[in-house]
Design a protein around this ligand. Structure first.
Ligand SMILES: [Fe+2]
Length: 189
């Protein structure tokens, strides 16, 4: 994995975003990602080489990241080979992401239970959308406001850029298994 080096002004902007209320932060994150995805230098250094690098990969993976040392934000570039998919999960922070190369399918879920039973969650699929570079950015709220699965059912490798805000808890998020109404915390890697 290669670290993304951003300009000081961009890092400063991410620091400011991380201190905003979630709704404002998400609007700012959307604008930040839109600008980044149009920046020729960023595309040439971090995105376009991944199509070749990912040849032969079968599972999705984190290719690049830029992490704040205090955990205030995290910028991550993911590669999605054809047929790869995450499990259903949520995040302990707000997040915004957009697809730069190819397209990915996002399935979103609602939680039907009240969360009072340990390791129990009942989910219902709410919607699904295919995202490509023209579609803009998808956003998630922390916890149950952003339960989703992201994958690439297409035939071409996809690349996406994600920006996450500060974590609101000790864990990174939750992983769900709706086949047995199961949920568990996901420890920070
Ligand atoms: Fe996610």
């Amino acid at each position: 994995m290669v670290s993304v080096s951003l300009a000081a002004a961009e890092l400063g902007e991410l620091g400011i975003l991380s201190e905003l209320p979630t709704d404002l932060a998400l609007r700012g994150a959307f604008a930040f990602l839109t600008r980044l995805s149009r920046a020729r230098a960023f595309l040439e250094e971090y995105i376009l080489p991944l199509q070749e690098e990912a040849a032969g990969a079968e599972e999705w993976y984190l290719a690049h990241s830029c992490e704040d040392e205090d955990g205030a934000y995290s910028l991550q570039v993911f590669v999605w080979p054809p047929g790869s998919s995450t499990q259903i999960h949520d995040h302990s922070s707000w997040g915004a992401w957009c697809c730069e190369v190819g397209s990915v399918l996002e399935e979103r879920y609602e939680r039907l239970d009240d969360g009072s039973r340990l390791e129990h969650a009942r989910l219902k699929k709410a919607w699904q959308l295919r995202w490509s570079a023209e579609e803009g950015a998808s956003t998630v709220l922390p916890g149950a406001g952003g339960i989703h699965r992201v994958g690439n059912p297409g035939a071409e490798t996809a690349v996406s850029v994600h920006l996450y805000g500060p974590r609101l808890g000790e864990i990174d998020g939750h992983d769900y298994d709706p086949s047995r109404d199961y949920v568990c915390g996901r420890v920070v890697a």
